[in-house]
Each structure stands twice: as C-alpha cells, then as structure tokens.
Write a protein that binds this ligand. Sequence first.
Ligand code: DI6
Ligand code: FE
Length: 405
Amino acid sequence: MTESLKLWRNARLATCNDSMQAIGRGALLTRGARIEWVGAEADVPAAPAGDTYERHDLGGAWVTPGLIDCHTHLVFAGTRANEYAQRLRGSSYAEIARSGGGILSTMRAVRSASPQELFEASAPRLEALLAEGVTTVEIKSGYGLTLADEAKMLRTARALEQAYPVTIKTTLLAAHTVPPEFTGRADAYIDTIVEEWLPELTSEGLIDAVDVFCESIGFSVAQSERLFDAARALHLPVKMHAEQLTNLGGTQMATRHRALSCDHLEYATEEDAAALAYAGTVAVLLPVAFYCLADDHKPPIAALRAAGVRMAIASDCNPGSAPASSLLLTMSMATRLFGLTSEEALAGVTRNAARALGVHSERGILAAGHAADFVIWNVRSIEELGYWIGFNPRRTVVRAGRILP
Ligand code: DI6
Ligand code: FE
C-alpha cells in the first residue's frame, strides 16, 4: 500500500528555515509522516499519475513547524511549592539546596514513586505542552540518583512517548546533584556514573544525550569533563547546565567537547559567546527559571546575537526553579525579559531547538524531507505567538502527517 499523499493548501507558512522565510500563499505536500514538498500554492506539483491528493484547505491560516521544547525535567513526582513559598519569604534557591531541600527533596519523591505513579504525575505536564503545538520534547533524568531510579525516570520518558503523539529525546542528568549515598564524595559519584551507569543505561537504549549541572552547588568543570569524556567514548552527545548562578568556565570546556547546547548562561561572558559560536553549540535560554528565581543577572543576549550564536528557548519544566508547562509563555518571557525579537523566539522553539537536540536534519523547519509535524494557528500575524499570556491560539496539530484529535 502506498502512503497517503496530502495537500495542505491556502496556508501562510512560517518555514523557520535559515532565513525565516514566510510564504504568504503557500502549500505543503506530505507523504505519510514526511513533508514531500513546500512552496507557493501556484507551484504545487501535479499528483503522480494514478494518485490523488487528500486535500485540506487551511483557510489562509498561519502554519509553523511543530514546536520543540528542548530542555525539560518534566518527569518528576511531588511539587516544591513549599520552597517557592520559602523563597517568597527571602530564602535563596542555593540556601534551600544546601539545607537538604531542592533537588534532593524531589529525589526523595521520585525514589518512592512507582513507575505508574511517576507516569501519572508527569503525563498532565506533557499534555499541557502538547496542547500548545509542541511535537518534540527533551526530558532529563536527574531526580533518581541511583542506577535503578535514573532508569525508572528514563523508562517513564520512553513510556510517555509510547502513550502520546510526541517525539521524546532522553537525557541522562545523573550529575544533577550529589546523592546522599555519596555525600562528600562527588568524585566517587562521577566515577560510578562513568564506570557503571553510563554503559548500562546506554546498552538499554535509554539515553540520547548526557547533561551535567556544572555549578557551584553542582559539579566542577573537571568532574563535568570526566563525564563528557566517558559520554563521547560511547558516542553520546553532551550538553551542560552552564553559568546559571555563577561562571565556573563550563561553557569553555563544553564547547571544546562540541556540546550540542549550553543551557541557562545567565553568567556567561562575551568570551563564552565567542566559544559557543565557534563550536556551533546552541545557547538554550530558560527565562522561566530566571523569572521564578527572581534573578537579576540576564544572559548576555547582545553578545550572543553579535557572535552569531544560535539561541533556543525552553520551558525548563521542573519542580524547583521552573514549574512551567507552557512554551508559549516561555516565548513571552524570552522576548519581554531577555529582549529576544519575536522572530528569535520562534526560531528558538523550532529550528534552533531542533539543533540543541541534534535533530535538525529532520525537525524544526518546514522543508522537504522533514517530519510532517506542524501547527495550524488561530492568529492574524505570527508575532501573536509569544504575545498572548494565558491564551492558547493553537487550532490544529498535524503530527507525522495526521491531524491530531
Ligand atoms: N537547573 C535547573 O534549572 C534545574 N536543574 C538544574 O540544574 C532545576 C532543578 C530543580 O531545582 O529541581
Ligand atoms: Fe534545567
């Protein structure tokens, strides 16, 4: 049986390609789960002999690629609303972390959750993202901090991909914080991840990339580098939570390892921007964490832009610093708080987010050969994405060539 050919016509296409080309009266042809052709309505190729198109008139609506949330910790149990309340009363994120709360508090909740409970706690957050036209999501481990519990988190991420119409990329973030079993022995913890967990989880096919929290309250640059060496020996791409609260020089090291992305970057410098540009490493900006922590140190957007660094933006969905499951709100914050343009924000959740996950050859733009994942919006201009707050203008999501119910 041949795969069905569909013509999606009478559309305004935000291709999100390198030149952010828009096609005013455009059309898309899809074959099965792939885009076969994109262009002006006037140039639609004729259906092959003996075949017909299933035709969809989009009524002049704007169409973007399916959105990509390239940095989330959305698999977790419990909440940390109590810590948010503590921070409102003046405690800092780092103080709460040092006193045994923070990531360790979520670790306790995740360890005691069954796989089923973890799935059920996480699914509504994924559903909220999908409702806004997200079709690809990265999910990190990092709240299990034992081999079994990290595996449980990663399997939950894979189970979500089975249960929902979404592509999920998993990232091992075992080096998120030092677990109680290794208190005062961070180097031994890194050794265990490197020697035991990485090979085991890789052989189970549970890891698409490796991340580390390189920070004063996390891991040092030297520890992060040992992890990166081991990941790369297993042909796994690397990424880093870098320069969020301080600048340890993580970005310089990560870019030497050709990291897919460096994320946060509030304390990054002009030299870091130059290194990111040179390496082709994506800067992933996480404005919700900046907002929720009431941070006042913004990432160096002007320097990143001037250096030609590709900028992505992501929800950072996590129970501590970013209890958020809205990529549209994240776009609003990236524009208003960090000063991104509307166009940069859109590129940040499409083309550049795809690159941060290493999937840019098949996702993130409307182009022939790419996944037929796209969103049809109820907006008059594409700037409305990231403009509305608490209002969702999604009309229809097409995923792998099929209209989602
Ligand atoms: N940076 C973050 O934004 C999350 N992890 C990290 O290293 C926050 C994790 C948490 O507070 O639960
Ligand atoms: Fe994060």
